[in-house]
Design a binder for this molecule. Structure first.
Ligand code: ADP
Ligand code: MG
Length: 368
């Protein structure tokens, strides 16, 4: 936690907190940019989490403080019913209260202090960790009858409808329903999900490139629009509805729509194949699937950057790494790799050191 950690809840607000809620960041093992196409994803929780401490106030005011945005931001305030977008990080808090009220939930104002270990803008979903733990905190503080899948869907609504981030449903579903021991195999169309444990013999490695996806929102929006246009031209409701038999038809689409659709079609198939490999303990199948996913993101979906490609190549040079790929929305962020159990920590250190030497940037090992 940073310098703001000294500003305890009691110092900030003059009374102790009543409720504490947490939600982890997530790493996606495979299934990238498939969620807004109705497809499959396979995220896991990471150990780093976001926490809210909260206390109902008995009036209509919300006061919020985050230790992660610099103390100069101070305590921010708004009044329930007067949420106004355009206030930076506070939009996540305002979005939560607005969306909850629109859905018919009743609650009063509150004081909230936010702390997080999830790096922001690194492809590990600090935003959904924040939405989800705010929703969990308010659910508990005001006994809101909010069941689990609905809570995650409301997290997505906060980002889509208030913050203005056109994200899919994977992130809040993962931050709310995944855990660190198993991957969450999620069908983003039906929202049915299943936990798939990692087989003995592999452990995840997550390394942040230090390149934040600052201007990714515009590119993300473009990719989404390209997918919608490709689906329209192909005459399917969503790219999820394509099958392998459609692959030849993609060549007839104008560039880059064909490549975008090919990424989504092949990525969905790779998620299913990965789930099968995890279930059967077929470790040899995992690496090629992860690397094919990376190549598809780099060449067809065009969301990688040279620093991420470098990390992936360094990972693949390690004999104990089975596979590696860009994880998260891209344009920077982090890589995920699967390493042989017991080797993850040393492998990750070597990759991070070699990366610093070559790129001049600092990589951060987040897992293990
Ligand atoms: P990510 O990939 O990390 O989710 P996003 O761009 O989707 O990246 O979300 C990052 C934004 O979420 C930040 O710019 C900030 O507005 C908000 N955010 C995330 N975590 C926190 C936090 N602990 N405190 C305040 N704002 C946060
Ligand atoms: Mg996010």
């Amino acid at each position: 936690m940073d310098a703001g950690a000294a500003a305890t809840f009691e110092k900030l607000f003059g009374h102790p907190a009543r409720v504490v809620a947490r939600a982890p960041g997530r790493v996606n093992l495979i299934g990238e940019h498939t969620d807004y196409n109705g497809g499959f994803v396979l995220p896991m929780a990471i150990p780093q989490y976001t926490q809210v401490e909260l206390r109902p106030r008995g009036d209509r005011t919300v006061r919020a403080f985050s230790t992660n945005v610099g103390e100069q931001a101070g305590v921010q305030e708004f009044v329930l019913g007067q949420e106004t977008p355009g206030r930076g990080w506070l939009d996540y808090v305002q979005g939560v209260t607005l969306v909850l009220r629109r859905e018919g939930f009743t609650f009063e104002g509150f004081d909230v202090r936010i702390t997080s270990q999830v790096p922001v803008g690194s492809g590990l979903s600090s935003s959904a960790a924040l939405d989800v733990c705010l929703l969990r905190g308010l659910r508990e503080a005001f006994s809101l009858p909010l069941e689990d899948v609905r809570l995650a869907v409301l997290g997505q609504k906060v980002e889509n409808d208030f913050v203005g981030a056109p994200v899919g449903v994977m992130d809040p579903m993962a931050c709310h329903l995944a855990d660190g021991g198993a991957a969450l195999f999620l069908d983003t169309r039906s929202l049915s999900y299943e936990r798939v444990p990692l087989p003995a013999g592999v452990e995840p490695v997550v390394i942040n490139s230090g390149v934040a996806h600052n201007h990714a929102a515009g590119d993300y929006r473009t990719r989404r629009a390209e997918c919608e246009r490709a689906a329209e031209l192909l005459g399917v409701p969503q790219l999820r509805d394509l099958t392998e038999a459609d692959l030849p038809r993609l060549n007839a689409l104008p560039d880059p729509l064909g490549r975008r659709a090919r990424h989504v079609l092949t990525e969905d198939a790779r998620v299913l194949a990965t789930v099968e490999a995890l279930r059967t303990g077929d470790l040899a199948a995992l690496g090629p699937l992860m690397y094919a996913s990376h190549a598809s993101q780099r060449d067809d979906y065009q969301v990688s950057v040279p620093e991420i490609d470098m990390l992936v190549e360094l990972a693949l040079n390690e004999k104990d790494v089975l596979g590696a790929r860009l994880t998260g929305g891209g344009f920077g962020g982090s890589i995920v790799a699967l390493a042989r159990t017991g080797t993850g920590a040393s492998v990750a250190q070597r990759i991070a050191q070699a990366y610093s030497k070559r790129s001049g940037r600092t990589a951060t090992v987040l897992v293990p």
